[in-house]
Every structure is written in structure tokens, then in C-alpha cells.
Write a protein that binds this ligand. Structure first.
Ligand SMILES: N[C@@H](CCC(=O)N[C@@H](CS)C(=O)NCC(=O)O)C(=O)O
Length: 314
């Protein structure tokens, strides 16, 4: 991680622990918004730094694609492996190659360009402003709201039908936010709490909360399919899907989240497949990056051996 703008500690997945040895994720540091006079929605001004392995980053890729923002917001996809210096730019198949924004080798250089005294982790996703050369926001749940809401005028000018797509409609905003807050500690971060627990008791607690919560979602989808809020695809589905699609590929074995596979739940697996089959979403799923990336985490897999199966998410 970076301390006062210097790379000081090699990458380690455990960012902090609570009293019982449970995994604690640090809050994101950059929280500016597009739409303010400082950061107007403009074509070719913003850039997203993402990793295909990362469920948080892929939320932003999904919204960019669902909303048809490919010609408005550019992207860089880093290599899947977590190096001792964190995310690296390069030409691993599927990555976008050398960094063309700042000619950086590692993602942490993007953070120090924005704030030369930054202390913290160099995470993805990052929403970058090419004009002011700063990180605007590195919190996926906020970036996807901006992508959903704040570029519609630009899309309308280009007569892009996707301007009308709305995954955060007014009448569901409160419920979507509440469900996302429920999903985060139990499922999205719940898998990490299971995988990165540093004591048996913290692991068992996270494991039990995770699988109880999957049971609840299985029931909810049985009565409320096709999506979490019925017929309408919402931001909550994006939050949930990005965890479910990584589950059987990586979390089940690497994170010891092995009571059930997602394929053992009829409703959850049908739901995952339904969302995967949306072309804009499918384009964000790279099984090879997901496996290479998670199994490169030395703290959990010192040999770095990547399992052969499963080859596909289903
Ligand atoms: N709260 C952030 C979490 C982002 C995050 O933790 N990303 C991970 C990848 S899955 C990362 O970049 N980790 C590198 C590190 O912690 O050094 C969000 O939702 O955007």
C-alpha cells in the first residue's frame, strides 16, 4: 500500500481485522461526483481503471456497457495477477496493454499522480478525470450511480436508446439502497470475510452468515423472479451478480465458502445465468482473469497453482 505517496508495504489482501480476527475492508477515499460544476459530464473526459477479476470494478464495466457509454468513457483493464506492488498494466490476454493515460507501470502510480501524498490502498475501480488528472471516485457503488444517471444528455444527443435504461429508478431508490446495504456485509464482502478470516471463529461466523443469506435470496428469487425487484433489472442485481458469477470459479474453493455451489441453488443459478446472458453483462465476465487473479493471492495460495476447473462459470 501507499504511505505518504510512497509504495511502502507489499500487497496483502487483509486490510484490517476486528477483535475476533474478522476481515475489515477500508472505506474508499475519493468520493467526488460527476455532475458538479467541477466535473461536468463530457465525452472523452473520463476514464475507468478496472480489473476483470474484481467484482467491484466489474460493476462499473457492466454499467458502462449497459448504458452504451463505450464511446464516452474510455477504459484500462489491468493484468489479472496481484503483484507485490498491486495491479499492473500489461499485455496479458484480455488486459488492455501498457497504460496510455500516464505511462504508468502499476495502478498505484495513478493514485500518486492524483494525490502525491496519498496514504491507502491502490484499488480498482478508479474513475479518472483526464482533464484535471485526478481520481474522482474509487467507490464502485457510487460510480455506477453516476454512470446510470449522469451521462444521459450525452447519450440523447447521439440518439442512443440506452439513455432510457435506468437501473436506479426513483420509485425503487430507497429499497435498492437498503438491499445493497444488506448484500454488502453478508454476500459481496461476506465472501471476503470468509476467505480472509484470520481465526477459526471469524471464518465460521462469516461462513454461516453467507450461507444463511444465500438461502434467503434463493427464497426471494423463487417468489420474485426474474430479478431481485421483479421484472426490472436494478443496481442491486449488478451488486449480487458480480459475487455470484465468481462463486463457483473461485470463492467456493479458495475462500473455503464450500457449503454449496451456486449451481446447487435452482433459483440463484437460473438468476445468475439469466443475467449472464445479457450481452452487456457477459462482456464483463472473463473466467480466466477471475481464476488467475484470485489464485495469484499468495496469502491464500502460496504456490500460485491455478486449478484447471471449472473452465466456465456454469
Ligand atoms: N469499496 C471498493 C472496493 C474496491 C476493492 O477493494 N478492489 C480490490 C479488487 S477486488 C482491489 O483493488 N484491491 C487491491 C488492494 O487492496 O490493494 C469499491 O467497491 O469500489
Amino acid at each position: 500500500m501507499l504511505v505518504d505517496g510512497k509504495w511502502s508495504k507489499d500487497f496483502h489482501p487483509v486490510q484490517g481485522t476486528d477483535k475476533t480476527g474478522g476481515f475489515v475492508r477500508k472505506p474508499s477515499s475519493f468520493r467526488e461526483k460527476i455532475g458538479s460544476p467541477k466535473f461536468k459530464a463530457e465525452k472523452n473526459r473520463y476514464h475507468l481503471f478496472v480489473a476483470y477479476i474484481c467484482p467491484w470494478a466489474c460493476r462499473t464495466l457492466a454499467l458502462r456497457s449497459l448504458k452504451g457509454l463505450e464511446d464516452i468513457i474510455s477504459i484500462s483493464i489491468v493484468e489479472p495477477q496481484l503483484t507485490s506492488k498491486g495491479w499492473k498494466f500489461g499485455s496479458y490476454p484480455g488486459a488492455t496493454g501498457p497504460d496510455e493515460i500516464l505511462n504508468a507501470t502499476y495502478m498505484h502510480e495513478i493514485y500518486t499522480k492524483s494525490d502525491p501524498t496519498y496514504t491507502g490502498r491502490a484499488t480498482v475501480p478508479v474513475l479518472w478525470d483526464k482533464q484535471s488528472q485526478t481520481v474522482i471516485n474509487n467507490e464502485s457503488s457510487e460510480i455506477i450511480k453516476m454512470l446510470n444517471n449522469d451521462f444521459n444528455e450525452l447519450l440523447e444527443v447521439e440518439e442512443n436508446e440506452k439513455a432510457k435504461i435506468n437501473l436506479y429508478p426513483d420509485h425503487l431508490k430507497k429499497e435498492i439502497d437498503e438491499l445493497n446495504e444488506w448484500l454488502y456485509p453478508r454476500i459481496n464482502n461476506g465472501v471476503y470475510k470468509t476467505g480472509f478470516a484470520t481465526t477459526q471463529i471469524a471464518y465460521e461466523e462469516a461462513y454461516s452468515v453467507l450461507f444463511q443469506s444465500l438461502d434467503k435470496l434463493e427464497t426471494r428469487l423463487g417468489t420474485n423472479s426474474p430479478y431481485l425487484f421483479g421484472e426490472q433489472l436494478t443496481l442491486s442485481d449488478i451488486h449480487l451478480f458480480m459475487t455470484l458469477i465468481r462463486f463457483d470459479l473461485a470463492y467456493y474453493s479458495l475462500f473455503k465458502a464450500n457449503l454449496n455451489h451456486i449451481s446447487d441453488y435452482p433459483n440463484l443459478s437460473a438468476y445468475t445465468k439469466r443475467i449472464y446472458d445479457i450481452p452487456a453483462i457477459k462482456s464483463t465476465v472473463n473466467s480466466d482473469h477471475i481464476k488467475q487473479g484470485y489464485y495469484s493471492i499468495k496469502a491464500l495460495n502460496p504456490t500460485g497453482i491455478v486449478p484447471i476447473g471449472p473452465k466456465k462459470p456454469f
